[in-house]
Design a protein around this ligand. Sequence first.
Ligand SMILES: *Cc1c(COP(=O)(O)O)cnc(C)c1O
Length: 425
Amino acid sequence: MMMNLTFEASSEFAARLDGDDPLGPLRSEFYIPRSPTRRDAIYFTGNSLGLQPKRTRAYIGEELDDWARLGVEGHLHARHPWLPYHEFVTEPLARVVGAKPIEVVAMNSLTTDLHLLMVSFYRPTSDRFKIVIEKGAFPSDQYAVESQLRFHGYHPSTALIELAPRDGESTLGTDDILDAMDRDGDSVALVMLGGVNYYTGQAFDIRRITEAGHRKGCIVGFDLAHAAGNLKLELHDAGVDFAAWCSYKYLNAGPGAIAGIFVHEKHARSFDLPRFAGWWGHDKATRFLMGPDFVPLPGAEGWQLSNPPIFQLAALRASLELFDKAGMEALRTKSELLTGYLAFLLTQIETDRISVITPSDPAERGCQLSIRVRNADKSLFAEITEKGVIADWREPDVIRVAPVPLYNSFTDVFGFYEILSECLT
Ligand SMILES: *Cc1c(COP(=O)(O)O)cnc(C)c1O
């Protein structure tokens, strides 16, 4: 891939970048939504719902067929037996988030998983009971954290620390996060931040935040909804205690897809941690003896409750194969170029109606750019939608656009620029 190149605002240049893109062929693995005004829509909403891999239908179909053919025997005799089915996604999932296989499992949905993990990892004491989050965190995270505080008898007004950007700034400085930890860390039980903020697109420095939290004796967890499949994560090496993510955004496993969790290896055998238990977290060797005593599996698997939804795992398996084809390293390399090109093109539009609030340093963002619209003028969003862009509007005044390196092209980025310029100038 070309590096240190000088960008140009032309369709020929965009086509040249596509021609040189080793991941370009992966676009044909996906269904690209149509648009009334152009053949393919410019789909920049993979941060909200990733596109459908063409192979997903066959993968789910295989399980439907085996169910029809075998009934309950499919648990052992399906082509991909259902009993160990979740294990088929463990290694690819571990590669996506930079973990060891024992540290990850696909289960439940994201908010459910955050609660289950907080049951184990939010252990307040009388002098260490606070939780640190971002101000303006995704509402579900805010609700989950506040309800955990109340469940333990604390009130958010005294037990919740919400980190806010400095006055006049849109994103949190890493140094400000670290300072807050130094200042208040002794009373903090749990730090739980997003890997990438859903609104601003800011990527947090997971390693430094984790280190700073640990220096103060805090547990550090991350919500990776906007980071899994987007950033090159190294959860194991960063020493993160736990994490969870959904699989319908960058991981392309379909609406409401099965989520994933990470529990660091250092906790793999912490069987004294309180946890909510279910039979699928029980030792596999003796699970079907159906005994009364819960014996948890080591590692992330020990947090499972139920036997998992096979159709959803099939969809996740289909999608993770494409991640393995690409590799996170190459995806991230393309992503920096793709979003870098978009950022460049936005600077070429002469207007004061928009500004990008996402950090300009590629190390501090994933693929998404958040474009703030002056006067919260939503008509701009309506216009680009009309012209074939699928992006999203987030109240009060932001259009989020996420060129996804698995299936978006440089030509998509250029097309978006043309449409936006037309609407703005
Ligand atoms: C998308 C998203 C969610 C959604 O939660 P679900 O339980 O999957 O509905 C939660 N938190 C964050 C940060 C998100 O980006």
